[in-house]
Design a protein around this ligand. Structure first.
Ligand code: OGA
Ligand code: MN
Length: 294
């Protein structure tokens, strides 16, 4: 029990279910405050059985900050551009062809990543509503990046202290030879590369975490290319061990709300030509650029 709401941890490291809370109904300041407090100590919250409209989803999300619009224009919902459609099904209800720009892009963003790491001010948090869900496959993995940082040995902690990493949205596209080779790779709001600390301090909890987002990271500023990428690969392998990761098996109308300032996530493969998966996401604008841990 956590101030009026009952919770249960889903994994020792990360993932907490909240019971008896309708995110469409419980919108008064007291409830929102309670959810905020729960979220700061439990960076991945699950609310089950939330049969909400996109408008209700957005209304809930706006209590936590302004809404981001995703740079991929074709993945925004046409009625609600604040909704990012994480789906293998188009708005007309058809499964996206395997070779379409839209599927190739979404498929890439299912590698380990942190939402909006390609922005100068990355997103604070994301809220994802499972509308059509898959099984087996299509699970979402969440890693606790504070615990991953804390578990590093002191030698590695001092080796990475003060390092910064270049992140670029274009790098996502380059991960698919097929998509990258096309003249028209889809429509994206252009974004210049940005530099973020490798170890960041959470602005509200003060905790340190590894800030990794493999699909946007192109190198460590202070190290030669290969050496930087090898160090990042070592940190990714460390942070994605089972002991830091919760695997969420979706049920229809689950809503998961995660803190992008201290987590990373990925999606497990599923048969995208026979199974339909429709997830709607709102993304909360961050309050400030990531703060380097010192
Ligand atoms: C996202 C994402 C997770 C999922 O919405 O940010 O990466 O389970 N998708 O589809
Ligand atoms: Mn994501």
């Amino acid at each position: 029990m956590l101030n009026h709401i009952t919770t249960k941890d889903l994994h020792p490291a990360i993932g907490t279910e909240v019971f008896g809370h309708s995110i469409a109904r419980h919108l008064n300041p007291e409830h929102i405050h309670t959810v905020k407090q729960a979220w700061l100590s439990h960076p991945v919250l699950l609310f089950r059985d939330q049969d909400i409209s996109d408008a209700e989803h957005i209304q809930f999300a706006q209590h936590f900050g302004r809404m981001e619009r995703h740079p991929s224009i074709s993945h925004r919902a046409s009625n609600h551009p604040e909704i990012y459609r994480v789906s293998n099904v188009d708005e007309a209800g058809h499964i996206l062809p395997q070779e379409s720009n839209e599927w190739l892009y979404i498929n890439l963003s299912w590698r380990w990543h942190t939402d909006s790491s390609f922005r100068h001010i990355p997103s604070k948090g994301s809220i994802l509503h499972g509308i059509e869900v898959t099984s087996p496959g299509g699970e979402t993995l969440f890693a606790n990046m504070c615990l991953a940082y804390e578990a590093l040995d002191e030698k590695l902690k001092s080796r990475i202290a003060g390092l910064t990493v270049t992140h670029s949205h274009d790098h996502i596209l380059s991960l698919s030879d097929e998509l990258y080779s096309r003249q028209h790779r889809g429509e994206y709001t252009p974004l210049p590369p940005v530099i973020h600390p490798l170890v960041r301090m959470h602005p509200e909890t003060g905790k340190y975490s590894l800030f990794l987002s493999p699909h946007t990271m192109t190198g460590i500023v202070q190290l030669p290319g290969q050496q930087g990428m090898a160090l990042l690969d070592e940190l990714i392998a460390h942070a994605t061990q089972d002991r830091f990761v919760y695997c969420h098996q979706w049920r229809q109308h689950d809503v998961v709300m995660w803190d992008n300032r201290c987590t990373m996530h990925a999606v497990t493969p599923f048969d995208n030509q026979t199974q339909r998966r429709i997830m709607h996401r709102t993304t909360i604008v961050g309050d400030e650029a990531p703060i380097a841990a010192c």
